[in-house]
Write a protein that binds this ligand. Structure first.
Ligand code: OGA
Ligand code: NI
Length: 373
């Protein structure tokens, strides 16, 4: 029987470097016509996940993904407002995920945004390489796998990202293939996020502006993901399972599918729905809500079909370099509901998350208060 060649840490590092130095990303491998994916992309045994998948094309089998209709939600305190807040409360506590429809963002903006992602990633390679960077101080950059060197495995995905708030990049620094639409899209998403934070505050039984006043929507990071078609999708992942480490994420996906959320020990497809946006709760919102809301694990499967594109818009504090602490919201606590997490500053939180990469383990657990027994 042939034995597999030994794959040392040293070999892995040089393969990662060689891949990174092409600055052509996963798309570059596919364009070169590879039929076998490099070892750096092979999912290691400890990240293999045997839990069953519930696929959207096989019906929802008791796992019907929550859909929330924001049509006419308008007035604070109206019946419709309260009903929507209840639905959001239910979805955020049971799933940590939901889709919103009739959210007020025109379909033309969503379509043009997806077209912008394709235009960025499929532009002339020399032009695209000008944006290639791993410098954390850059507000506009492109690379493949933010955690290429720190994470346990490379994913089948390239990403172009922007820090749009609180200090947006100068328009002329945004690549022309997506400049105009990116500015428009983030403006619209900030308005939608504001509405969602109001509804989430209501859902927690707090004053409407509570979460926004905690600066939950101050920082906006937009990621334009590009998942090329993969010749051996069973050996790798588009995105390793993870939770988002922010307050909320609003995601636009195309019609290819592959995003799954872990719900009751099943990987449930987040079904592509024309015109809808996917919303998910991040670790910081689970922490401040003292586990009322759930930051659910999710992942993206690699596929023979592609490219798939998505746009993930992360709302966080804007990484304020200050000493403001985030802990379970006092108004939510009682004798029956004691705080489950320590108070953390954002630099502490981000410091812990950084450098770990997507390794499949829980960030929140690290900040749990162990009950003194
Ligand atoms: C993310 C993410 C899902 C997708 O960027 O954190 O989970 O469908 N993206 O691209
Ligand atoms: Ni995510």
């Amino acid at each position: 029987m042939a034995t597999l060649p030994k794959y040392s840490v040293h070999d892995r590092l040089s393969e990662l470097k060689a891949f990174d130095e092409t600055k052509a990303g996963v798309k570059g491998l596919v364009d070169a016509g590879i039929t076998h994916i490099p070892r750096i992309f092979h999912t290691p045994p400890h990240l293999h996940d045997q839990r069953p998948s519930v696929r959207a094309d096989q019906g929802c089998n008791n796992f019907c993904f929550p859909i929330i209709d924001l049509e006419g939600v308008g007035g604070l305190g109206t019946d419709k407002w309260k009903r929507v807040a209840e639905e959001i409360c239910d979805a955020s506590s049971k799933w940590g995920f939901f889709q919103v429809v009739n959210h007020g963002i025109p379909t033309s903006v969503l379509e043009e945004m997806k077209a912008g992602v394709l235009r960025f990633h499929e532009q002339d390679l020399d032009e695209k390489k000008r944006f290639f960077s791993r410098d954390p101080a850059r507000k506009v950059a492109y690379n493949s796998n933010f955690d290429l060197y720190s994470g346990p495995v490379a994913n089948w995905r390239d990403t172009n990202y922007y820090y749009m708030a609180p200090d947006p990049p100068l328009p002329e620094t945004i690549p022309p293939p997506c400049r105009e639409i990116l500015i428009e899209y983030s403006k619209q998403l900030e308005t939608l996020a504001s509405l969602l934070f109001q509804l989430l505050s209501e859902a927690l039984g707090l004053p409407t502006n509570y979460l926004e006043e905690m600066d939950c929507a101050k920082g906006v990071n937009v990621m334009l993901h590009y998942y090329p078609a993969c010749p051996q999708p069973e050996l790798t992942m588009g995105t390793t399972r993870h939770t988002d480490t922010n307050f909320i994420t609003i995601l636009l996906q195309d019609d290819i599918g592959g995003l799954q959320v872990l719900h009751q020990d099943h990987w449930v497809d987040v079904p592509p729905m024309p015109g809808a946006l996917v919303v998910n709760i991040g670790d910081l919102l689970q922490l401040v809500s003292n586990d009322k809301f759930l930051s659910a694990e999710h992942r993206v499967l690699a596929s023979k079909v592609g490219p798939r594109v998505s746009v993930a818009c992360f709302f966080s504090t804007g990484l304020l370099p200050n000493a403001k602490v985030y802990g379970p919201i006092k108004e939510l606590l009682s004798e029956e509901n004691p705080p489950r997490y320590k108070e953390v500053t954002i630099p502490e939180f981000v410091g812990y998350v950084k450098g770990r990469g997507l390794d499949g383990s829980s960030v929140l657990q690290h900040f749990e208060l162990r009950s003194a027994s």
